[in-house]
Design a protein around this ligand. Structure first.
Ligand code: AMP
Ligand code: GLY
Length: 429
C-alpha cells in the first residue's frame, strides 16, 4: 500500500458528496478533505469551503493554494464546463471526464448519435433544432412520446406526453419560451419505453471497465411512479429486477460497446460512467448516459463498498483499473431521500429538522445530508432533497425496513418521501 498522505477536494453539496466524503475519510491514505461548497453533513468530516461547484477558476486557485493532491467532482455541470481540463492544464490531479467526453451526458443528441452509430440499444428518436419542424412532427408521432431537452437540466428536461397537443406545448415551452434556457434549444423526441428502470455504474479508464453492483433509482416524486421526475427519490442496490443473464447482457451490449465506441471515435473517457437503463420486453435499453456518480445511487453503492474508494479513483485516473479488484458487501443497501414540500418545483426552505440523532442510532443506518444548513444553532432544510437515509440488510426488504424505521424518526414540516421503494420491480424476494 502507498503510504503518502493525500489532501483531497470534493466538489458539490448533495447527499452524493456527503457519501463521497464519508467514504474517502475512511481511507488511511487521506490526511485532509475539503468540500466545496459542501453541506452540514460534509462539515462533520471535512472543511467546507465557500466556493460554488461551477466557479471553476476559484476552485482551481483554491486547489493550487492548498496543494490539493486529488480532486473528486460530484455534479455534472462543472464536468461539462471543463473543470477536468482546467485542473489538468494547471498540473492538478482530478477524477472525472474532460468536457469533450462529458458531452456524452451534457448533450442528449450527441449521446443518441453515439448510441446509434455503435449499436447500443436505445429508444428510436428524432432530433430537432427548429421548433416549427419539431411541432409539425408531433402530428405523425406515436404516443406517449418523450420530449427531452438536449442539455443539462437537473432532471427537469424530460417530459412524457400523451398526445400531440401536449407534445407541441412541451416543445413550445422548451424551444420558444426557453424555460430551461439554452438546454432546450435542441430537443430529442423519443419513443416511450416501458419496463423497469435501473442503472449500472462503472469506472472507465479508457482501456478497462470496472463494474459496480447495480442499483435502481426512483425518479418520480410520488408513490407508484407518479408525478413529475426528480433528481431521484431513493435507490436500492442490487436492483431486484436484474438477474445474472440481464447483467451480462448490459455488460456486453451496453458497457463493452460503449468502450469500443469511445475508441472508434477517439474519445478518451476517464471517470465514472453510468447508463440509465430501461429493462424492456426486448432487452435492456439506454435512456441516457451519465458521466459521474449518481445521486442517490452513490449513497447506497458506497455503503456496499468494502475497499478504499481513493484506491479505486486513483487507479482509474492513472489508467490502471485492470490491477484493482474491489470487495463488496453482499448485503443489500437502500438510500431513501427525504425531500422538501414543493420539490421538484419551487420548494420551501428553513424548516427545522429534528430526530436525526435518534435515527442514526438504528443498526446499520447512516444518514447523509443534502439540502441542510445550521441556522442559529438548529438544523434546517436548505434544498429540494434534504437527507438520504441509508441502511443495509441481508435482503433488500430488511434494508428497506431499517431505512423507513430511521426515516420515521426524522421530522420537518411538509416532508415528502416515497413509501414504495423497490415495490414496483419484478422482485426476487
Ligand atoms: P433521462 O434524463 O433521459 O434519464 O430521463 C429522466 C427519466 O425520464 C428517466 O429516468 C425515465 O424515468 C424517463 N424517461 C426518459 N426517457 C424515456 C423513454 N424513452 N421512455 C420512458 N421513460 C423515459
Ligand atoms: N439519480 C440519477 C442521477 O444522478 O442522474
Amino acid at each position: 500500500m502507498m503510504t503518502s498522505q493525500k489532501r483531497i477536494l470534493v466538489i458539490g453539496s448533495g447527499g452524493r458528496e456527503h457519501a463521497l466524503v464519508w467514504k474517502l475519510s475512511q481511507s488511511p491514505r487521506v490526511s485532509k478533505i475539503y468540500c466545496a461548497p459542501g453541506n452540514s453533513g460534509t462539515a462533520t468530516l471535512a472543511t467546507n469551503v465557500e466556493i460554488k461547484a461551477n466557479a471553476l477558476e476559484s476552485l482551481k486557485d483554491f486547489a493550487l493554494a492548498k496543494q490539493i493532491d486529488f480532486t473528486v467532482v460530484g455534479p455534472d455541470d462543472p464536468l461539462a464546463a471543463g473543470i477536468v481540463d482546467l485542473f489538468r492544464l494547471n498540473g492538478l490531479r482530478i477524477f472525472g471526464p474532460t468536457a469533450h467526453a462529458a458531452r456524452l451526458e451534457s448533450s442528449k443528441s450527441f449521446a443518441k448519435d453515439f448510441m446509434m452509430r455503435h449499436g447500443i440499444p436505445c429508444a428510436q428518436s428524432r432530433v430537432f433544432s427548429d421548433s416549427k419542424e419539431a411541432r409539425s412532427y408531433c402530428d405523425s408521432a406515436t404516443y406517449p412520446l418523450v420530449v427531452k431537452a438536449d442539455g443539462l437540466a437537473l432532471g427537469k428536461g424530460v417530459m412524457i406526453v400523451e398526445d400531440a397537443r401536449r407534445a407541441r406545448d412541451a416543445i413550445y415551452k422548451l424551444m420558444d419560451e426557453r424555460i430551461l434556457g439554452s438546454a432546450g434549444s435542441t430537443v430529442v423526441l423519443e419513443e416511450f419505453l416501458e419496463g423497469t428502470e435501473c442503472s449500472m455504474h462503472a469506472l472507465i479508464d479508457g482501456d478497462s471497465i470496472l463494474v459496480f453492483p447495480d442499483a435502481k433509482d426512483h425518479k418520480r416524486i410520488f408513490d407508484g411512479d407518479l408525478g413529475p421526475n426528480t433528481g431521484g427519490m431513493g435507490a436500492v442496490s442490487p436492483c431486484p429486477a436484474l438477474d445474472d443473464t440481464l447483467r451480462q447482457q448490459v455488460r456486453t451490449e451496453i458497457l463493452e460497446r460503449f468502450l469500443k465506441g469511445l475508441r472508434a471515435d477517439g474519445i478518451h473517457f476517464n471517470g465514472m460512467f453510468f447508463p440509465g437503463l430501461m429493462l424492456t420486453a426486448n432487452g435492456p435499453k439506454v435512456l441516457e448516459f451519465n458521466c459521474r456518480f449518481g445521486d442517490p445511487e452513490t449513497q447506497a453503492l458506497l455503503r456496499r463498498l468494502k475497499s478504499d474508494l481513493l484506491d479505486l479513483l486513483e487507479a482509474c485516473e492513472q489508467g490502471c483499473l485492470a490491477s484493482i479488484k474491489p470487495a463488496w458487501d453482499e448485503r443489500a443497501a437502500v438510500s431513501l431521500v427525504l425531500a422538501s414540500g414543493g420539490y421538484p418545483g419551487n420548494y420551501q426552505k428553513g424548516k427545522e429538522i429534528t430526530g436525526i440523532d435518534r435515527a442514526s442510532k438504528i443498526d446499520d443506518v447512516v444518514i447523509f445530508h443534502a439540502g441542510t444548513t445550521y441556522e442559529g444553532g438548529r438544523l434546517a432544510t436548505n434544498g429540494g432533497r434534504v437527507l438520504s437515509v441509508t441502511a443495509m440488510g441481508a435482503q433488500i426488504s430488511d434494508a428497506i425496513e431499517a431505512a423507513y424505521q430511521a426515516a420515521d424518526c426524522i421530522q420537518f414540516e411538509n416532508q415528502q418521501r416515497r413509501n414504495d421503494l423497490a415495490e414496483r420491480c419484478t422482485t426476487r424476494w
